[in-house]
Design a protein around this ligand. Sequence first.
Ligand code: ADP
Ligand code: MG
Ligand code: MG
Length: 862
Amino acid sequence: MTKQIYAFSEGNMNMRGLLGGKGANLAEMTNLGLPVPHGFTLTTEACHDYQEHQKLSDALLTELDTALDQLRQVTGKTFNSQTEPLLISVRSGAAISMPWMMDTILNIGLNDETVVALADLTHNERFAYDSYRRLLAMFGNVVYGLSEDGFDQILTTIKQQHGYASDLELTAEDLKQIVQQFKALYGTDNVPEFPQAPKDQLLAAINAVFESWNNHRAQVYRKQNHIAEDLGTAVNVQEMVFGNAGEDSGTGVAFTRNPATGEKQLFAEYLLNAQGEDVVAGIRTPQSIDVLKKEMPEMYAQFATIATKLETHYRDMQDLEFTIEHGKLYLLQARNGKRTPYAAVKIAVDLVHEGLISEAEALLRINPESVSAMLHPEFDPETLAKQTVLTTGLPASPGAATGQVYFTAAEAKAAAETGKQVILMRQDTSPEDIEGMIASKAIVTSRGGMTSHAAVVARGMGSTGVVGAHEITVDYQAKKAVVNHQEIHEGDWVSVNGTTGDLYLGQLATSDATVKGDLSTLLDWAKDTASMGVYTNADTPQDFQKALDFDADGIGLTRTEHMFFKPERLLQMRRLILAEDAEGRKAPLVELQRMQQDDFYQLYKLAGDKSVTIRLLDPPLHEFLPHDENEIQAVSHQTGITPERLRDRTNALKELNPMLGHRGDRLAVTFPDIYQMQVRAIMTAVLRLHDEGLEVHPHIMIPLTDSKSEMGWVRQLVEDQLTAMMADQDFKLAYTVGTMMEMPRACVTADQVAEASDFFSFGTNDLTQLTFGYSRDDVGSFMPEYIKQGILPADPFQTVDVEGVGALMKIAIEKGRSTKPELPIGVCGEVGGDPASIGFFNTIGITYVSCSPYRVPVARLA
Ligand code: ADP
Ligand code: MG
Ligand code: MG
């Protein structure tokens, strides 16, 4: 059997997989000579073994005895000793940090006898019973599933009886009473007595931590964060140090940089005379670290030095947990701090400037998807200036959110499922609330600090968060909150500014965010480094401008049909489709050309020397026709065509499978004048810009091609038109004509298709539809089940199906380039903006992707 327990002195930071993140870093800090309480780590392999056999193995138990014996040697303490009682914490810690999701129990080793011994030894009865009541509550909750509320209620009642405002006012006598009442929650039908033997406590705690890997909330968190189910957690067993030992003690959490904004400043919160749980669980709103700076300047200086040292050592912003016991500092945890997307970008860029990491490392540290959160709207500054602030809390996670208020996670989740924008407002949050938090636009709490887990989780999800807004009192029974005599009821609209911590009543207007500052620096680095280009799908100058603001390389796909849906154009389009013959199509074609050439002119002009790819008409014609009787009457009125004729024509164009029907280049074969009109419009726009001094090289793209002969036919149509116009204008134009790759047949004959194509662009939506045989407009009825059952790893319309569609793409690329080695090959379907898919495209020789404007920065980083 391999070794399953490592002393902190035996591990290091590279052993995350085996020791979990917490264990590996406790070991690393121990080896750096930092003041870390002694302890050891049960490995994730021990967890797997436990999961498999549902018990702690004999080998593990033997190792555990040895480890406890070694702990006795270094600390001089043992379980049950009257003179040197050993007290320990049992802490979860997976390879990928999942703050707050699994369990930790402090003060193990206390029982009815050792609590008395501890009181005598420390001459501090209050401290001993404070520690014991904490153990009873955590153990009861974690090991036996007793609700936290039961313990809270006892505590609150006693505080109320004496009129105490804070836990600090509880006396030793009060705490003894609390301990009695806490113990009475044990020993019922379902719950055994609290185990007095420390060893029994320890074993039960280890079991419970291993079990906590499978908590519902932990599962939800893993799903949300794409963490593998089979990693398992390690368990850390560590000698206790006591932040609740008196006025010269305390506990805190620090980030070496501001986790919300990324600003370089030690950012810490501190509680005097308390144990760490109070800070991270958000039970009490902590004080600023300045209190420590003022009252124990020496401690503060020591801590600040260590914080800097650790940040330099790990070369990243650190989230540190520390405790001071009678004026001595201990480090209890270090990890790379969770941060908002804003902070992530700022910190990465700053670290490059500070010489700690390279540009490439900075790029790799940013999750491309998270950047989209930075592109979400902000409150319009002018609107904000006119509003009165309802109340202000701590700006835990930036962003602008408006939504309807719900007071429980379950109600928030249910409301979000009906399509509402939801704000979750609570006194405080507990990890059980995770699903409600995921469903909400913003989280608002009246208690807790910037380092509380609620804040950490909000930042990790990129949602807006305001915590510690203490003027809010939530009345869960009445489903309302009161803020300065003002009532907020369930369903009321509020607006939350996570950047300032301000709350407003009502629905405030938002404005678009832009790429600026550090994000644009980072995107510049990405552009310099990337091998693939990033173009945009854009049909209007507005869309294109947005994409240009995001630094798109050009347009990879203009869907010309979208230009036909505006009312005045739709009318001409309908005239065209309803015409009896080519002669009747002439007049509407002239009108359409006039409008379309102006569209192209605008796009080309905006593009300047960037390239623009225009796709000719793609959808089936009946999409443009009226569908119900009201519409038929209206169109008849507009066009003077009788309703009967309209109905006949619409019926004639109806298809059983329109997506497989008369569309794309099939329209070019039957109605060549439509594509000819589009080519003329392109050419006219180009000529106009030529006169204005801008040379445009049009890229014309043919949709739905399935063979070389078809592509050749359509290409000829396009080229004849271009040649005629060039001759007419005595003008020589450089252009390309390429094809969408979206038919499996085209992919497997790509060597031939390439003979008639200057470029390929994968239309992954149609290609996926045809490869799976899924109608992409109807997958909603079964896709969720396929994903839930694990039949598909992801929706193939969102993330490319590497095995099937990807294989076809590889064939097409290989064959295409066997004909034309330099053939440019792009992707312009939905997955062109999906980071996971982009990773795959990079490995198969794709030249560029094209995606919607807002995905451009995401794709660039990916
Ligand atoms: P989480 O992963 O949820 O942050 P931890 O295992 O870090 O859980 O424990 C929570 C808090 O308990 C820590 O921040 C720390 O303040 C306190 N704690 C854990 N172990 C000890 C210890 N040995 N001595 C004192 N406090 C401890
Ligand atoms: Mg912790
Ligand atoms: Mg298509």
